[in-house]
Write a protein that binds this ligand. Structure first.
Ligand code: NAG
Ligand code: NAG
Ligand code: NAG
Length: 199
């Protein structure tokens, strides 16, 4: 029993360290006051705020078979390997977002989240993503994306349902287009055009 408790404490400490380590670099560059008082003030001033339209353009790099993968499979069902669409396969990801299509191009943030294969008929993923911006004008702000990505379609329209920081109460549309897809490695580079309305 004692060992179990110890393990739990160690695990909690580990998480605290991990979360602290992850959250700090994001908070450091953010010029936005994210205290509850500041958020409340922001809402009180909202009736006077003007709506803005922001356009974002970047490339998402999804490497599932590389030496240092950006997406890893965390679950599947017993029929997944027999399914032509890998129905049920679930991945956790932290895909870099870059300004240009080259993987060595400047990283402006990461898509952190989960995707799962959710169709038996065509290869279609449900994307549950946070677009976390780490550099540039939107450093410290995030956008929440939730939608269906039928990856073989030329254009995939994905709703942006909200955000944080400069993107508080954001709403919009992301359009995904495959830039490169390697059928052997299953690695992909996806071009994103994002239009968001925020304040
Ligand atoms: C993805 O893998 C390719 C080929 O192995 C590599 O050139 C590229 O740098 C990788 N991209 C990322 C973001 O890790
Ligand atoms: C998959 O798992 C379910 C539930 O455990 C079981 O009923 C089914 O027979 C399994 N199917 C195969 C193909 O193994
Ligand atoms: C896909 O990746 C494999 C293994 O890295 C490579 O040999 C092949 O040239 C790539 N195919 C394309 C079309 O880039």
């Amino acid at each position: 029993m004692k060992t179990k408790k110890m393990t739990a404490v160690v695990a909690m400490l580990w998480w605290a360290v991990m979360l602290g380590g992850v959250a700090m670099p994001l908070a450091r560059g953010s010029s936005i006051d994210q205290s509850p008082q500041a958020v409340e003030k922001w809402f009180e001033e909202l009736p006077h705020a003007k709506e803005k339209l922001t356009k974002l353009h970047f490339y998402l790099h999804d490497n599932i078979t590389a030496q240092n993968p950006t997406a890893i499979q965390v679950a599947q069902a017993n029929i997944t390997s027999k399914s032509p669409t890998m129905f049920g396969a679930t991945f956790a990801l932290e895909d870099p977002l870059t300004l240009g299509p080259d993987p060595s191009s400047k990283i402006i943030g990461y898509a952190q989240g989960i995707y799962s294969s959710v169709s038996k008929e065509e290869t279609s993923l449900i994307l549950i993503l946070n677009l976390v911006f780490t550099h540039g004008k939107f450093e410290g702000s995030t956008l929440s994306l939730l939608g269906i990505d039928p990856i073989l379609h030329q254009y995939r329209e994905l709703p942006i349902l909200g955000g944080t920081g400069v993107f508080r109460l954001a709403r919009g549309i992301a359009t995904a287009q495959t830039y490169t897809f390697n059928a052997t490695t299953l690695n992909a580079i996806v071009e994103y055009h994002v239009l968001v309305i925020h304040y």
